[in-house]
Ligand binder design. Sequence first.
Ligand code: PLP
Length: 390
Amino acid sequence: MIIDCDANATYLPDERIRGVIAACLRNLGNPSSLHRGGQRAKAAVEEARASIRRVAGAAENDVVVFTSGATEANNTVIASVGTQGGDLLSAANEHPCVLAPLARHAERGGVVHLVRPDQDGVVSVDDVVERLTPTTTLISIMIANNEVGTLNPISEIVREVRRVAPKAIIHTDAAQMLGKGTLSMRELGVDVMTVSAHKIGALTGTGAMIIRHGVQLHPLILGGPQEGKVRGGTENVLGVSVFGAVADLITPEIPARVSSMAAARDAFEEYVVREIPDVEIHGARRQRLPNTSSLYIKGVRADDLIVAMDLEGILISSGAACSSGKPEPSHVLVSMGYDEERTRSTIRVSFRADAEREIVAHVASTLARIVERIRSVSDKAGETSYVSAR
Ligand code: PLP
């Protein structure tokens, strides 16, 4: 049996997806075709737009533009505002699909300010305000960090930015927040929110930008006039329809999902803190995603833990991203001010809403057992840290 505790990487679909896909297969025409096959597909895409508005708490006249994922959505927002000129402001712990287009903008002579988060991975409102200039055109701050799970004070940031730079576009990457808490684009007050289908149990390769009514964005992908001329290319009708259908399924379930995720995470953390010496939970006292636990386990390499847990049938991840096959220390943990030892010894455990109590207990005790084993091997070898159990 495989126990998936890596829900932040992708939230594998539950059994209901079969029925959802089967139903969506009926409407697979080209939405641009005039005939009834096309019109059926178009109706399915429009229905999905309404579902995404609902799950994201957007207003009825907000515009949903479907993309190939949150990566494309974030790239589009940055390219669209970036080409208009002005300064772009974001944070050093954003996802690479925000940081990489910002880096390209800077390489091409644009001005980019990156705010550093605090030790828990939270961006401060004051730091954002301090970096605003009269020419700031974009503020892009994620709601929830994918590695650590801590939440940023988005509504406060919006309130202050509106006061100082009323014309700036405010974007938030909500890829990790969607489905893990009540999300209200209206209440947050942002101009654009970006989301990803596979983080809520729909299919990979689908995402969306939700654009506040009246805000104009320009396409990154040029082509036909699809998606209100903001994203060229024939729509991914299946991906989009499944995204909408899964959104409809989970919308009423969100409060229950949040409490079961939080119950799993809390039980896990309680055990880990009690049973494993020298462990720290990042952001433990801050507002966090209900399912995410970022653990620094002193002297134990995350890579070794991931492999050892995998051998036990348990999937977890590290904070480290892989770039060209070479594991680099997590830029998120580095931005939080942590040293290399800590970045190499941090794991992320992200629970699904259907994680059962016994399974969670098994994951926690397996982790404790493996940590003890790795540490005892390292003690015997006379090493203090970075010990490989392999
Ligand atoms: N933004 C965040 C915060 C994410 O966690 C991810 C996925 O890991 C993405 C964006 C990219 O989403 P997608 O896989 O849909 O391109």
